[in-house]
Design a protein around this ligand. Structure first.
Ligand SMILES: [Zn+2]
Length: 316
C-alpha cells in the first residue's frame, strides 16, 4: 500500500473570539457527531501535538483502516478541554462525518496522562491506495463548559503588607471583554510573589514565554506565562502574565489558599507589569472562555467585587 500525508495544524489560541470560524455546535461526548466510532481502528498514519503546555497536550491522530481514514483526538491534561476544529483542502478524502465542530475532550487520569479518545470525523478514500491529504485547524480552551462557580471569598493574591491598585476591573476597556470580561488586573511590579486566591490543583502552566506587546500576536495563549488552578467546583483560577521561568508550583500539586504560585511579570498581551486573575471555564464553542464574576476578601469582614482604581492592602 502506498500513501503519503501532509497536514498542517494551525493553533490560533487567541483569548478573544474571532469571526474566523463559523459557529459550531457543542457536542457532549455521548452526542459526538461521529459516523465512525472506533478510536483504535487501523493504524496510525499521522500524529500531531497541539495546545502543548506544562501539564499535557492534545494529540490528534489520523488512523487508516482499509479505505477509511479516521481523525481521533485525545487530551493528556488532567482537566477537560473543549476543542474547536475544522478540516479543509481535502485531497482524496470523501468526508463521512462533519468537517468542523466543537468537541469535549475528557480529562486524562493524571497530568500528562491518558485521556479518553474522541473521534472527530472520518473519510472514505476516493481512490484506494492513492495519496491523501487535509488541513486541520484547531482552537482549544481549558475547562468543562458546564462548570459553574460556588460562592467563594477569594483572597488578595499577594503577600500581607503589600498594597496594589486595580488597573482594570470587570468589563475593563483595555482588554476585559469577551472571554476576559470578569477579570482583575493588579499593578504588581515584576517578580511580585503571586499567592493562590483559592485552594485547588495545578493542572496547567506555562513559564516559557518571553516579552509582551499589544499587537494581535500577543493574544496567542502561548505568548503568556500562566498558572491554571482547578477549584473544587470545577472552575479554573487563571493567573496570567507571569515572569519568564516564574512558575513556583508543580503540575498536579494541591495548593492551599495563600500558597505561593509564581512570580508576576509582564508577558503576553500586556502594556505594563501586572497580575491578571480570573475565574473561568471553557465556552461551549472551544473558542471563547466563560469568565465569572467573583468577590475578594478585601478586609477581615468585607467581601466585594474588585473596583477599578482602588488600592487593596493585603491583610491575610
Ligand atoms: Zn487583565
Amino acid at each position: 500500500m502506498r500513501w503519503w500525508l501532509v497536514c498542517t495544524c494551525v493553533v490560533a489560541c487567541t483569548p478573544q473570539p474571532t469571526a474566523e470560524y463559523p459557529g459550531p455546535t457543542y457536542a457532549p461526548p455521548s452526542m459526538a457527531p461521529a459516523m465512525y466510532s472506533a478510536t483504535e481502528a487501523g493504524t496510525v498514519v499521522d500524529r500531531k501535538t497541539d495546545f502543548a503546555f506544562d501539564g499535557g497536550r492534545i494529540e490528534i491522530e489520523m488512523r487508516l483502516d482499509g479505505n477509511r481514514v479516521v481523525e481521533v483526538a485525545r487530551s493528556r491534561y488532567a482537566v477537560p478541554i473543549v476543542m474547536q476544529w475544522s478540516v479543509g483542502e481535502l485531497v482524496n478524502l470523501e468526508p463521512i462525518g462533519p468537517v468542523s465542530g466543537a468537541i469535549y475532550l475528557p480529562a486524562a487520569d493524571k497530568p500528562n496522562g491518558v485521556g479518553g479518545a474522541v473521534v472527530l470525523t472520518s473519510y472514505a478514500l476516493r481512490i484506494p491506495d492513492a495519496a491523501f491529504n487535509r488541513k486541520l485547524r484547531t482552537h482549544a480552551r481549558f475547562g468543562d463548559p458546564q462548570a459553574r462557580p460556588e460562592p467563594y471569598p477569594y483572597r488578595l493574591p499577594y503577600q500581607a503588607g503589600k498594597t496594589f491598585t486595580v488597573l482594570q476591573g470587570f468589563h475593563g476597556q483595555f482588554s476585559h471583554r469577551g472571554s476576559n470580561e470578569y477579570a482583575v488586573d493588579f499593578d504588581c511590579p515584576v517578580a511580585t510573589s503571586v499567592l493562590a486566591a483559592r485552594p485547588g490543583v495545578v493542572v496547567a502552566a506555562n513559564a516559557a514565554a518571553q516579552g509582551s506587546g499589544t499587537t494581535s500576536e500577543f493574544l496567542d495563549y502561548a505568548r503568556t506565562n500562566f498558572v491554571l488552578i482547578l477549584h473544587d467546583d470545577g472552575t479554573l483560577g487563571e493567573y496570567m502574565h507571569l515572569a519568564p521561568s516564574g512558575v513556583r508550583v508543580s503540575i498536579g500539586q494541591r495548593v492551599e489558599r495563600g500558597d505561593e504560585l509564581a512570580l508576576s511579570g509582564n508577558t503576553g498581551y500586556s502594556s505594563t507589569p501586572h497580575l491578571h486573575f480570573q475565574v473561568m471555564t471553557a465556552g461551549s464553542d472551544g473558542l471563547s472562555a466563560l469568565s465569572f464574576p467573583f468577590e475578594l476578601a478585601v478586609a477581615p469582614n468585607q467581601v466585594e467585587a474588585p473596583v477599578q482604581g482602588r488600592a487593596y492592602p493585603s491583610w491575610e
